[in-house]
Write a protein that binds this ligand. Structure first.
Ligand SMILES: C[S@@+](CC[C@H](N)C(=O)[O-])C[C@H]1O[C@@H](n2cnc3c(N)ncnc32)[C@H](O)[C@@H]1O
Ligand code: SF4
Length: 363
């Protein structure tokens, strides 16, 4: 396996919309990093890595030395894409220069919005200026491959405000943008205390379509449902997931995929630290489940699914097996025929949950 995800589960405080595995328990960092090292040494087989991804939580709570210690556990070279997710408020130019010198070559900043009022409402610890400064510092430190995350459908957000967010992002001349529609799970602050003035579903859909238009006009390729990049800057790490290939997942709450088996680590920090080499749960996928994942993940890519590959790998006739669904959605132009197979159109993405659930219920 040539791709590794490492989860850093610490945040200074919890954003009001967030349900990711993260805890304001920085005093546990040292113990956690020791446990992580044990887990990695126990299962990593020294393969040369194509990608290494530090996600969170807030990986920027690690020192450059702590990153270096983890990176050194792996067989990487200067072609390995090494990404760190960073929160804008904790960033200095000096810190970024040190991250560069330990081998990190791709940065993903959680911006969410440039509207300072909304940033406060959603419990972010940074202001819009912090993001602009972080991007400038990253460039000064020699980083070219910089990504920003945005959320649309935030409380108080209008279509125009989101358009302005994107224009401001574009003006920073970055290479990659991820856009996520706000999702509120029951266990986050907003799940228990619903915020006022959330844009309705139609407005959220319009925001998404506006974004596709603005980003395409500004030279971004829409390569995955939530991701846009300048040519040559698609996330190689995430493409590996959507191509349904194997990967290691290390750390609390992390999951991995190896030889048709998905495994999941516990989300309980103390439990993980006590026993980092134990997978809480493993699932050997059936052929049908593998096929479903191939379709589900493949349609996330804007290039769509490769029918020839699917037919060959699963011994099926895709067009015949899914004829009812294709006959319904191709004429409506929700699904488009491509050279290799099928892909979702922009309006198809808006109803992708419905379309994909039909593929998944077809046995
Ligand atoms: C795993 S988070 C970690 C990033 C980093 N800690 C930060 O917040 O800056 C990656 C991204 O997921 C998105 N995200 C997190 N919770 C979300 C939610 N409830 N709805 C939509 N997007 C969400 C945010 O854009 C966030 O930057
Ligand atoms: S959004 Fe990022 S910073 Fe906020 S709690 Fe979640 S992981 Fe932490």
């Amino acid at each position: 396996m040539e791709n590794v995800y490492i989860h850093i589960p610490f945040c200074k405080s919890k954003c009001k919309y967030c349900s990711f595995v993260s805890y304001p328990r920085l005093e546990m960092k040292e113990q956690y990093l020791n446990a992580l090292e044990k887990e990695i040494k126990n299962s990593y087989k020294d393969e040369a890595l194509k990608t290494l991804y530090f996600g969170g939580g807030t990986p920027s709570l690690l020192s450059p030395y702590e990153f270096q210690k983890l990176i050194k556990l792996f067989n990487t070279d200067n072609k390995t894409e090494i990404t760190a997710e960073l929160n804008p408020e904790t960033i200095t130019q000096n810190y970024l220069s040190e991250l560069k010198s330990v081998g990190i070559n791709r940065l993903s900043f959680g911006c969410q919005t440039f509207d300072d009022n909304i940033l406060k409402i959603i419990g972010r610890r940074h202001g819009s200026k912090d993001v602009e400064n972080a991007v400038k510092s990253a460039k000064n430190a020699g980083f070219e491959n910089i990504s920003l995350d945005f959320i649309y459908g935030l409380p108080e957000q209008t279509r125009n405000m989101f358009k302005e967010d994107l224009q401001r992002a574009v003006s920073l001349d970055i290479k990659h943008i991820s856009l996520y529609g706000l999702k509120i799970d029951d266990d986050c602050f907003f799940g228990k205390n619903p915020p006022k003035n959330l844009p309705d579903e139609d407005t959220q859909a319009d925001m998404y379509l506006d974004a596709i238009k603005i980003l395409k006009e500004n030279g971004f390729e829409h390569y995955e449902i939530s991701n846009f990049s300048k040519k040559g800057f698609a996330s190689r790490h995430n493409l590996n997931y959507w191509d349904n290939n194997s990967y290691y997942g290390f750390g609390v709450g992390a999951h991995g995929y190896e030889n048709g088996t998905r495994y999941f680590n516990t989300s309980d920090l103390s439990e993980y630290i006590q026993n980092p080499t134990h997978h809480k749960h493993s699932q050997l996928l059936t052929e049908q489940e593998k096929l479903e994942e191939e379709i589900f993940l493949g349609f996330r890519k804007m290039s769509g699914i490769d029918v020839h590959k699917i037919n060959k790998n699963f011994g099926i006739n895709f067009d015949k097996k899914y004829q009812n669904i294709l006959d319904k959605y191709v004429p409506l132009k929700f699904l488009l025929k491509t050279e290799k197979g099928y892909k979702l159109s922009d309006k198809g993405i808006l109803v992708s949950n419905v379309i994909l659930s039909e593929f998944l219920s077809e046995v």
